[in-house]
Design a protein. Structure first.
Length: 441
């Protein structure tokens, strides 16, 4: 049965309503669903406010670190001081948000002022004057993070270049208990007395050291990024022995390749390395323990990160070197397989590394080399990872396969030099970072 035609005036009304609806939907997509307006530290409401980003694009990890433990001698935290963490982005975006962690705190952490800014120059506490942004948490300028918890900030609009230094500053007026930190940053960060959270010049930041405090992640809203790679490992991944302040850890070199090489997947890179970390055993003590095992922290440091697509795993050396020393390569590999299975459960691809030589390192003995070779044989045989990067072959001395090549040796016969870290990144086949996880291994 045919419906009667609408009168001409009614048809115009219907068309007008439809057009208005289209305009409203388009505006919502452009502004971003759930947008929150807010005034930035610079005072410009229109251009620098706190807001959800536009809908096209997605959140990816631009920087990350693993909380390694409670900082010694910080029973009172850093009450009355500003902490300015300096971090280096692996990928850029148009908005930014941060994660703060009170994992190892014994009482609530009160943060009454927080900011993010671009550094005026690499490694400096001074900010680019037009980039200072005040951070909020669920719309509020202050936040209290319970002991054992972490929290994401609201996003702020800020154009973050790839390979840029960011300044993330927090101020806490009251004692907070032990400070959650990463001691092996290989990056200079700063402290100042009083609330200098939005200090652009940075003159008050007279104390400095190589520790990251409270800050564990920086995400950016990126239009062209495909996701995030997590580098999961020990001190070799964390970059022990790399030149401080120069971003020459192997994940940094990998991030540079992903940014610049034609055909490379555009991924952010997160460095989740902890010095002394093992696959099977963490440190002893009441939870949360300092330096938990890879198995214990995998959920937190890999599965819990933003936009993860791929994991590159280089772990197992400390199971062999640290007491109680693990002599059965099958047990180490079994632990690696458990993490791969958990990654596959989330659809993540896992590239695994063979263990690099360590002969000549202080305290090593012959049976440890036998275990290392056994782990590497099992990895190379397949059935552990989706793909393998052979760091052993890349770093070893052809004349003495149990030792690092001298040019790649930092001097302690365990940790690579800057040149060694660069060689590790070059050895990763970028094609192995594409695609999906294997359905079965």
């Amino acid at each position: 049965m045919n419906r009667p035609a609408l009168p001409r005036s009614a048809a115009y009304v219907a068309l007008a309503a439809l057009a208005a609806a289209v305009i409203l939907v388009s505006a919502a997509i452009f502004v971003g669903v759930g947008g929150r307006g807010g005034q930035a530290a610079t005072g410009s409401h229109e251009d620098h406010g706190t807001a959800e980003p536009a809908a096209s694009g997605g959140w990816v990890g631009a920087w990350g670190t693993s909380p390694a433990g409670a900082e010694p001698n910080t029973r009172l935290g850093y009450a009355g001081q500003s902490i300015r963490n300096v971090v280096h982005t692996s990928i850029g975006g148009t908005s930014v948000r941060i994660q703060l962690s009170n994992l190892y705190g014994s009482q609530p952490l009160s943060v009454t002022h927080a900011s993010v800014a671009l550094a005026a120059a690499p490694g400096t506490p001074a900010a680019d004057p037009g980039s200072m942004r005040r951070l909020a948490f669920t719309g509020q300028p202050t936040v209290t993070i319970p002991a054992g918890q972490s929290l994401l900030s609201d996003p702020v609009r800020l154009t973050v270049p790839p390979a840029a230094d960011l300044l993330v500053t927090t101020y806490s007026p009251t004692p907070s208990g032990p400070v959650t930190y990463q001691p092996l940053s290989r990056q200079m960060s700063y402290l100042a007395h009083g609330d200098r959270t939005e200090d652009v010049q940075g003159a008050g930041y007279t104390a400095k050291d190589t520790r990251w405090r409270y800050l564990t992640a920086v995400d950016v809203w990126a239009q062209e990024a495909h996701g995030t790679v997590v580098a999961f490992g020990d001190s070799i991944t964390a970059g022990y022995s790399s030149t401080t302040g120069t971003n020459r850890r192997w994940p940094d070199f990998l991030a540079a390749r992903l940014r610049t090489e034609p055909g490379a997947p555009r991924y952010g890179v997160l460095n989740e390395g902890i010095s002394g970390n093992r696959v099977l055993l963490g440190n002893s003590g009441p939870p949360p323990v300092n330096n938990p095992s890879g198995l214990e922290r995998f959920e937190r440091d890999v599965l819990g990160r933003t936009g993860v697509r791929v994991v590159i795993m280089d772990l197992g050396v400390n199971d062999i070197l640290r007491a109680p020393q693990q002599q059965d390569p099958h047990r180490i590999v079994s632990g690696l397989r458990q993490m791969v299975e958990r990654a596959h459960g989330r659809g993540l691809r896992v590239v695994g590394a063979t263990l690099a030589p360590f002969a000549g390192h202080k305290g090593t003995v012959a049976n440890q080399e036998i275990t290392r070779q056994g782990v590497n044989e099992l990895i190379r045989a397949g059935g552990v990872f989706d793909d393998v990067v052979d760091f052993d072959r890349v770093l070893r001395d052809p004349r003495d396969a149990e030792r690092l090549l001298p040019a790649y040796d930092s001097g302690d016969h365990l940790h690579p030099s800057d040149a060694g870290y660069a060689a590790m990144a070059r050895a990763i086949d970028l094609e192995t970072l594409k695609g999906q996880a294997a359905t079965a291994l």
